[in-house]
Write a protein that binds this ligand. Structure first.
Ligand code: PLP
Length: 391
């Protein structure tokens, strides 16, 4: 059996979510826009899910727009807000280490003439709200800073950043794809106008996400058609997927506190055991402001070997990641996330990301803690004599 420590890439679908989704693929496959009984019941299921997602983040159901992914939610938030702002010139500020779903959308907007700023990130993977303030201009329409980074797990001070954005007259969007279900949100009380989330990061299905849009915030759609989702996301709704997201949100709301306490314990046990056995290991990302199950490690002097370490772990039955699933195809190219945090290009090739979720056990942590030092040592034994780096 594989030990799955790659929950930041995607999570196993909770069997309770699978059970909730099943009838909407078989017994009732109706289109929720149909007026007949099965259609009305499908509509009710979509609206129940909307209320469940809203409850998880403290929103009103009307403020939730279902999308086809977290990526699409990010695209809708940024392009939709800029388009709704009317003729330019406009400016948008984002952090230097966002997920490509935000960075590439920003680049596409840049190509359309939107001025952009990339806010620096510190060595712990945190964005300083004062840096956000420095990036603001009178034409800043949107500030977008992720709630938690997918590579290093650092949890951002979104409330302080949102307040700064509002003081500058800008909307605040947060890509909370990695954070929702792990970090509590109460958007009604927080200075957040737009928030993206994705079902497959919280034990729901792939290919469904949502965007929270605060009441009164104007967006234009990026997908045009039949006018579903209040005109913001045309397309026949993915009823089973949406039901799955709703149930996953409901479970996260009920179990977040217990899951968090357990995962923080497992995470810290894993970090301590690796540190005890590997003096060259260092933690990447802030030690305390980090996602509950997120471990990101570097091994001083062996950073160029991250892919080999990953393959050795894979052979030993442990699924992990070098940083981000999205950059796996580029091999050991330096990570732009680590470079944004000030790592040199050599160090930036070497993160090992072990991310735990609801279904990981203490026995699995013990097993990985037991085999990892041997695998690290086998890579380049001489490096084990080097002291722990500052990072
Ligand atoms: N934003 C962040 C921070 C992510 O980690 C991911 C997925 O890895 C996404 C956006 C994209 O979400 P999706 O896979 O649902 O498109």
């Amino acid at each position: 059996m594989t030990i799955y420590f790659d929950n930041s890439a995607t999570t196993p679908v909770d069997p309770r979510v699978v059970a909730a989704m099943a009838p909407w693929q078989t017994d009732n496959f109706a289109n929720p826009s149909s007026l007949h009984g099965p259609g009305r019941r499908a509509r009710e299921a979509v609206e129940t899910a909307r209320a469940q997602v809203a409850a998880l983040i403290g929103a009103r159901p009307r403020e939730i727009v279902f999308t086809g992914s977290g990526t699409e939610a990010d695209n809708l938030a940024l392009a939709g807000a800029i388009d709704a702002a009317g003729p330019g010139p406009h400016h948008l500020a984002t952090s230097a280490f966002e997920h490509p779903a935000v960075l590439e959308t920003v680049r596409a907007l840049q190509a359309r003439g939107v001025a952009t700023s990339f806010i620096p990130v510190d060595g712990d993977g945190l964005v300083d709200p004062e840096e956000v303030r420095r990036a603001l201009t009178p034409r800043t329409r949107v500030v977008s800073v992720m709630a938690a980074n997918n590579v290093v797990g650092a949890v951002q001070p979104v409330d302080a950043i949102g307040r700064v954005a509002h003081e500058g007259g800008a909307l605040f969007h947060t890509d909370a794809v990695q954070a929702v279900g792990k970090v509590p949100f109460d958007v009604a009380a927080q200075p957040i106008d737009l928030l993206s989330l994705s079902a497959h990061k919280l034990h729901g299905p792939k290919g469904v996400g949502a965007l929270y849009v605060r009441t009164g915030v104007k967006l234009l759609p990026i997908v045009h058609g039949g006018g579903q989702e209040r005109g913001l996301r045309s397309a026949t709704e993915n009823v089973a997927g949406i039901v799955g997201l709703g149930r996953a949100a409901e479970l996260a709301a009920a179990e977040m506190a217990a899951d968090t306490a357990r995962l923080v314990g497992l995470r810290d046990r894993l970090i301590e055991s690796v540190f005890a056995a590997c003096p060259q290991a260092y933690l990447i990302g802030h030690a305390r402001r980090r996602l509950p199950g997120h471990v990101c490690l570097g091994f001083a002097g062996q950073e160029g070997e991250a892919i080999r370490l990953l393959l050795a772990l894979d052979e030993a039955g442990v699924a992990a990641s070098t940083g981000s699933a999205c950059s796996a195809s580029h091999g050991a190219a330096p990570s732009y996330v680590l470079q944004a945090m000030g790592f040199d290009p050599f160090q930036a090739r070497g993160a090992l990301r072990l991310t735990l979720g609801r279904f990981n056990t203490e026995a699995e942590v013990e097993r990985v803690a037991e085999i990892l030092p041997g695998l690290v040592g086998a890579l380049r034994p001489i490096a084990c004599a080097r002291g722990r780096s500052q990072r």
